[in-house]
Ligand binder design. Sequence first.
Ligand code: SF4
Ligand code: SF4
Length: 352
Amino acid sequence: MTEPLVVRPYRLLCLFCSLGGELPEPLREPVAALRQAIQDCPDRPLALRCQAEDVYAYQHPGRDEDTPEGAEYNRKRDLDVLYCLDLPPGAILPARTLLYRVLAAVPTVKGICGYDAATAAWPGCERAASGCYEKGIQRGIEGLIPPRDAAECAREKQASVAEMEREKELRIRPHVIMCAVCNYGAADGAPEPLAADNIVEFIRIVRRNPRVPVKLVPGADWMICAPCPQRVPGLNACVNVAGSGGLSNEKRDLDLLQLLDLTYGATLPGRELLLRIFDRVPSTQPICRRDSPRLSVWWDGCGESNRGQGNPGYARGRALLLAELRPDQAAGLMRAPGNCHSSVPTDWRLQP
Ligand code: SF4
Ligand code: SF4
C-alpha cells in the first residue's frame, strides 16, 4: 500500500477552492500537485499534520507550507479545519474519505480562512470571501475524483453475470448474502436485476440450483460487485458511504462469519448456507446495526436504520426463502424478541 502523503489540513480546503477559480501563488503549484496525486490514486492515505503543540507536538511538520498571513493564523486555520472534521492532528485517512468529510462538515470557509472582522494581525486569506470554495464544493466529490466509467460497469455486469450463470461456483462476501435476502424480501420475492450489483442473480441461481457451491470471500469480490460504481477494482475495495463503506462491511462480514462458525474460503452448497444463516441470524440487527455518529467512518444508512429494528425486507425474504428451502419448518418460526447488537438471541432459533 502507498505510504501516507503528509498534507496540511488547510490544503484540503484549497483543493475545493481551486475548483472555483485558479489559486494564487504560492498555493497554485503544490495544490495542483496534491490534486493530481489524489486523482492518480484516490484512496491513497493522507496524514494531516499541523503545528499543534502540547501532546500533539510529535507530528509537527514545520512551517515550510505556511501561507503569508502569519504564524498564529496558520496554526489556528489548521486546527479549525481539524475541529470541523472531528479529527486529531496526525490523523491518517484515505484521501477520498477525507474529501467526503470536508464536503459534509465544511460548507464554507468563512470563519476558517477569513473573518468578518479582519485585523492587521489576523487578515485572513484574500480568497476567503471570493466564493471560490463554496463554488468548488458544489461540484461534489466528482470535481476531484472522477466516477468509475459507466460503460466499463455495464461491460462488467454482463461478464460477471455470464460467469455466475455457469453455476460452477458462486463467490460472495458473507454479509452481502443478507443484503440479497433483504432485497428479495423488500420486492416480495420478485426483484428486478440491479445495474450496480449481482445480488438478485445470486438468489435466483441458488433457488434454481440449491446445490450450487458458494464460496465466502473477502472484499468487494468481482463476481457480485463487478458492475458497482463504488467498487475500486485495483484494490478489490468498496468505497460506498463516503469512501469508507468497505470498513463497516468488513466488520459485518467477520461478525457474520463468527455467527456462522465459518471462515473465509468456506464453500457450502447454496441451500445449506442460506439455511445456516436463517437459523443463526433471524434479524439483521446483530450484524448491521451501527450507533456511530454521521461523520464516523462506521456510519452508514443501513446501520442507522437498524437501530430501532432489523430490516423488514430481511425478515420477509427469510420467511419466503425458508418456506421454499425448508417448507416443513418454515411454519415453526418464532417471533423476534430483542434488539441485541452483539450476539444472537438464542430463543430466536428455528424450532427443532
Ligand atoms: S440491513 Fe444489513 S443485510 Fe440488509 S441491506 Fe442493509 S447492510 Fe445489507
Ligand atoms: S462494491 Fe460495495 S456497494 Fe458496491 S456492490 Fe460491492 S459491497 Fe455493495
